[in-house]
Design a protein around this ligand. Structure first.
Ligand SMILES: Nc1ncnc2c1ncn2[C@@H]1O[C@H](COP(=O)(O)OP(=O)(O)O)[C@@H](O)[C@H]1O
Ligand SMILES: [Mg+2]
Length: 266
């Protein structure tokens, strides 16, 4: 049984290794401990190549930790499942030979075993939610990058996942589209209450979208600090500026801190 206080994700001393063709082991995530609470937007931020995607993949069930304990809804994170929908940075995550609507319908039919009538209805609802209903009958190659990401988010949300895992979903978008999608994702989060685990390397995006921001060190990723950012929604506010400074300092001073990882980061 999951009580309302059970974290959706609970990581204790999680380390993740890659083993190369020669059998050599490299640790990409080192001794990470954190919880993700139900309904929050939990952001992971860190320098490029530090191990953010690796950690997200472990939560999604694509990778197993070498050491430590990683629980999702109280159970070890194993195979990927529709309870953990993933949205990637890559624009090519939609099926190219299906329309936007059929991408969502297909996901519902396969992952949720929904009959086509119900799947169509749900798809229309989700496309409206992410404001892409007008492009429902277009194919992915007829969409802009922003529209593709909206469609990917619609498809993920349609599955009614217990959490939405997003790996730099807006990283390849132009600044204006990115801003628009940030505002919309915040609205979607408020309306649906879905738990979001978001990877980004934008400090502004982390503070704006996040309830809590986990700052990671450079490779191999260690948890540097978890900062509460839930009150910072106004980009113009002093609080937002203070948090920006704090996160920047945590990211910039990573090299000096590498020798003294903060292990009490919970
Ligand atoms: N499949 C893999 N095999 C070996 N090393 C990998 C693999 N995927 C990622 N890495 C390495 O692990 C480190 C962390 O990668 P990643 O998690 O993708 O970083 P981030 O998402 O923070 O940019 C990088 O040094 C990368 O080269
Ligand atoms: Mg990455």
């Amino acid at each position: 049984m999951i009580s309302s206080t059970t974290p959706l994700v609970s990581a204790t001393g999680v380390s993740i290794d890659y083993i190369d063709a020669g059998g050599r082991r490299t640790t990409a995530v080192e001794d990470a401990s954190f919880n993700v609470q139900c309904g929050e937007t939990f952001v992971m931020i860190g320098p490029s190549g530090c191990g953010k995607t690796t950690l997200l993949k472990a939560i999604a069930g694509f990778l197993r930790p070498a050491r430590g304990m990683l629980l999702v809804e109280g159970q070890p994170a194993r195979e990927p499942g529709p309870d953990r929908a993933v949205v990637f940075q890559d624009f090519d995550q939609l099926f190219a030979w299906r329309t936007v609507r059929d991408n969502v319908v297909y996901a519902l039919r396969v992952a949720r075993k929904m009959p086509s009538g119900a799947a169509g209805k749900k798809a229309d609802e989700m496309l409206a939610l992410v404001d892409i209903a007008r492009a429902a009958h277009r194919y992915p190659h007829e969409l802009s990058g922003g529209m593709k990401q909206r469609a990917a988010i619609a498809r993920a949300l349609a599955l009614e996942p217990s959490m939405l895992l997003m790996d730099e979903p807006f990283g390849a978008l132009d600044a204006i589209t990115r801003n628009q999608l940030q505002i919309e994702l915040k609205g979607i989060h408020e309306r649906t209450g879905v738990t979001i685990v978001l990877v980004t390397h934008s400090i502004q995006e982390a503070i704006y979208l996040g309830d809590r921001v986990m700052v990671m060190s450079s490779f191999p990723a260690r948890v540097r600090e978890i900062v509460d950012t839930r009150d910072a929604t106004d980009i113009e506010s002093t609080h937002f500026a203070e948090l920006t400074g704090r996160l920047r300092a945590l990211l910039v001073h990573r090299e000096e801190q590498l020798d003294q990882p903060d292990r009490a980061a919970l």
